[in-house]
Design a protein around this ligand. Structure first.
Ligand code: ZN
Length: 438
């Protein structure tokens, strides 16, 4: 998913408005208003393009949530990624008007819905659809958990819970690819050679496309302008930091003059590409290595979440992926959830004793008062306190008010798209509970 480079905090300016209908997504969010998905940063990655961008003499693209690319050849065209269903129709309309050649191939960089949403529009009789072989399992996995993900995605993006299965998004769980490969697949069309490589990263079915004639590499979501979402709050299987590193090395090894990410704009010139991708790779490697070092030194996950910071030279922004979640994702990806405390191996959570603690404190009023006192200086501590008070009395008004305050304080300083989504979800739920009391 997405962004831009000049300042590394650009993502702070990305925000959606006009939320309305829900849609699926890959990793990124989806929401729409009358004009579709919109961001308040006109150059941000969430922008829905309304024009064809001519990248070079043969490659065109339309920007969106994800981009759609078309490579033209004298014998027909190749589509790389097809955006989300919501944007795909516009992308298809614009690019099909640009060149009416037959669509010989559709290449899907991975199975997230913001890349596969337009497949039905582009597919013609005889079109070959190419994906890495893990695509099949990945689609089954998303379809198997469609109920879980539909709720989580709706929560993360502040939308109404769609029908179970709506999130499956990826052509309804159907397997569309006609060509599946393991490590490498290549074909030549109209004298243009396409080399396709497995490139696990955000998903294990991820691929990259290298077109030597144009020194162009289509990188899908291996690279975007924020630290990667090595763990996503909506939930996913572990994403391996070292997979990102090796896939970025693969991209660098092509010595490309053109990088075409599926979120954000193309990067031109090998010097600039090398600078950006190297820094990105090194940032991921650095965080991975620090987590491993800390794990071997016996540190717990929360300590590492607090302690590990990127050196200034490796700061790549956190508007989408966040360092702390990635640190925990790497840690728990390697070893799972048990923290060596015998208390936590049982099915009774800490919250089971919260009502006793509240009683000892003299009732929920006392706990809520402390939460209000803490909210300004430590809103997360205030949230914990309200968890305790509300376990004793789920409708305790002062606790709900303290909770709302703490959430709003966190929301006001929030620069990360995903974090903002969950804070909004909490604000909405708390406001509803307060409203229900009136
Ligand atoms: Zn994506």
């Amino acid at each position: 998913m997405n962004l831009q480079e000049r300042q590394m905090k650009p993502y702070s300016r990305i925000g959606l408005f006009c939320l309305g209908l829900t849609l699926l997504t890959g990793d990124l969010l989806i929401a729409r208003g009358q004009q579709g998905l919109v961001a308040d940063n006109p150059t941000a990655l969430l922008r829905l393009g309304d024009k064809v961008i001519k990248v070079n003499e043969a490659i065109s693209m339309v920007e969106g949530f994800g981009n759609t690319f078309m490579v033209t050849t004298p014998e027909g065209n190749v589509i790389v990624d097809t955006s989300i269903a919501l944007h795909a129709r516009k992308h298809h309309q614009l690019l099909a008007a640009e060149n009416k050649g037959p669509i010989k191939y559709i290449i899907l960089t991975h199975g997230h819905g913001d890349h596969t949403g337009g497949v039905p529009l582009w597919k013609q009789p005889g079109t070959q659809i190419i994906a890495q072989k893990n695509h099949v399992e990945f689609i089954h996995y998303q379809t198997r958990l469609a109920g879980f993900y539909s709720k989580r995605n709706a929560a993360q993006f502040g939308l109404n819970v769609p029908d179970v299965g709506a999130w499956a998004g990826n052509y309804g769980g159907k397997i569309e690819p006609t060509i599946l490969f393991d490590d490498k697949y290549e074909f030549t069309l109209g004298g243009v050679k396409f080399e396709i490589y497995s490139a696990p990263s955000e998903t294990y079915d991820h691929l990259m496309v290298w077109v030597p004639k144009y020194k162009a590499v289509f990188t899908g979501d291996v690279y975007y302008e924020s630290f990667p979402n090595i763990y996503t709050l909506r939930g996913t299987k572990p994403r391996w930091a070292l997979d990102y590193v090796s896939s970025l090395n693969k991209a660098l090894a092509f010595k490309p003059d053109l990088v075409l990410p599926s979120h954000g704009m193309p990067i031109r010139g090998n010097d600039e590409i090398t600078r950006r991708l190297t820094r990105y790779r090194d940032a991921i490697q650095y965080v991975h290595d620090e987590v491993v070092k800390g794990m071997n030194a016996g540190k717990d996950v929360y300590s590492l979440m607090r302690e590990i910071k990127l050196p200034p030279a490796l700061e790549v922004g956190e508007s989408y992926g966040k360092l702390t979640w990635s640190i925990r994702g790497i840690y728990e990806g390697y070893v799972g959830w048990f923290d060596t405390n015998p208390t936590t191996m049982y099915e009774t959570p800490a919250s089971a004793v919260y009502p006793d603690i509240v009683k000892l404190a003299g009732g929920p009023d006392a706990v809520a008062a402390l939460a209000i006192e803490r909210a300004q200086i430590d809103p997360v501590a205030a949230l914990h306190l309200t968890d305790i008070a509300l376990a004793a009395d789920p409708n305790h008004r002062k606790s709900l008010e303290a909770r709302l305050k703490a959430l709003e304080i966190l929301r006001s300083g929030c620069k990360n798209t995903n974090e903002r989504g969950w804070l909004d979800y909490g604000i909405k739920a708390t406001t509803a509970r307060l409203g229900a009391q009136r």
